[in-house]
Write a protein that binds this ligand. Structure first.
Ligand SMILES: [Zn+2]
Ligand SMILES: [Zn+2]
Length: 372
């Protein structure tokens, strides 16, 4: 079968014919890949900045059709041959015994999304840049009607992570009223950010979408226009020319003297790795609010404990999400027209995709297996 294999760090992928995976064992399923998306983590991995070995077929967010099921796949998962599924790179074959696997808050029995003994597709196991891939039946979700494989793939890492981050920030994802809730998204014009803006608006929130740089701001304008009548819930902020203090006054009005902490966002999502992004987000928050960071800069963030202590701000981290997040996010995206802005490439042109990614292409870059 056709595949793109990373054989050396800091080198292009190598197009190759490799063996198709054998019949799925245990709880595994075999998938004919239809679309596979490129994530920032693929770039970090290809640069040799992680700990996993080569050679490897990348992509941990993809989608395709089930063509075979292992003998132990649980019927309760609703998976069968011919069903299209989205595949996130969460736990592949977790241990089933550790704390994550036992205390899993409603995920399938013995399945721990954050099990540290599990494999990860695209990192420790081959991922989606190939014609056929194995996945763990418990890590996937059926694609709802209305979403294509190209729509679904970029939601499998970016989508589920930002959805979970919105919940952690305090947004009600279960149909509650969010009209009084404001969320600041720092890095709103990136892969996760532009999905977060759409989800938050469609969930009823007021959104402060913070970005710098022409490409990302242009994408944000497009996203805002695409929201139609809901677009007035979004304030786009160019962090290069606006201070957080100005943004607070612009969005929430001038506070009474000494009561600045009463005006500001209820939640902030920090998506870029820069200290400026972290500081900008913290400054937009009101007292008793929540700062959620999804990025993990190698040198860390410097934080002001005074903010956490005197202003009672909670600081939380988020990585992907549980099956309930995954399935709810997909249903919501299908029902409310939330879509990543994508550019598609054939599998053969994966290295062009990578070049465009490093040149700052906006939105999500996706391999469409039907494209030649
Ligand atoms: Zn990812
Ligand atoms: Zn485990």
């Amino acid at each position: 079968m056709r595949a793109q294999v990373l054989q050396e760090f800091n080198k292009p992928y190598v197009p190759k014919e490799i063996d198709k995976p054998g019949p799925p064992q245990g709880k595994d399923i075999l998938i004919r890949v239809k679309a596979a998306s490129y994530c920032h983590t693929d770039a970090v991995f290809a640069a040799g900045s992680m700990w996993q070995d080569l050679p490897r077929v990348g992509s941990h967010e993809f989608a395709g059709e089930i063509i075979a099921l292992g003998p132990d796949v649980d019927a309760k998962l609703g998976l069968s041959i011919g069903v299209d599924v989205g595949v996130p790179g969460r736990a592949y074959r977790p241990c089933g015994e550790c704390y994550e696997c036992r205390e899993n808050d409603g995920d399938p029995e013995g399945y721990g999304v954050w099990c540290t003994k599990a494999g990860n597709l695209g990192l420790t196991r081959d991922g989606g840049f190939e014609e056929y891939a194995l996945a763990d039946s418990r890590q996937v979700a059926p694609m709802p009607d209305g979403l294509t494989a190209v729509d679904t793939a970029p939601l499998m890492c970016a989508g589920v992570t930002i959805w979970n981050a919105l919940e952690v920030a305090g947004v009600n994802l279960r149909g509650g009223d969010n009209s009084g809730f404001s969320v600041a998204i720092i890095g709103a014009g990136g892969g996760l950010g532009h999905l977060g803006v759409q989800f938050a608006v469609k969930l009823g929130c007021k959104v402060i979408a913070v970005e710098t740089g022409d490409n990302a701001l242009k994408l944000l304008d497009k996203v805002k226009t695409g929201l139609g009548k809901d677009s007035d819930q979004v304030t786009i902020v160019d962090a290069g020319s606006t201070t957080p203090e100005d943004v607070r006054v612009q969005v929430f009005g001038t506070p009474e003297s000494s009561l600045e902490g009463e005006k500001g966002a209820h939640g902030a999502l920090i998506l870029p790795e820069s200290q400026q992004a972290f500081d900008f987000g913290m400054k937009l928050l009101r007292n008793h609010s929540t700062c959620v960071t999804v990025s993990f800069p190698i040198d860390g963030f410097r934080l002001q404990p005074r903010d956490l202590v005197f202003r009672h701000i909670k600081l939380m981290g988020v990585l992907v999400g549980r099956n309930r997040h995954l399935r709810a996010m997909l249903r919501f995206a299908a029902a409310h027209g939330v879509r990543a802005h994508v550019v598609t490439y054939s599998l053969e042109r994966l290295n062009d995709l990578v070049r465009d990614y490093h040149q700052g292409a906006s939105g999500k870059l996706v391999v469409d297996m039907e494209k030649r």
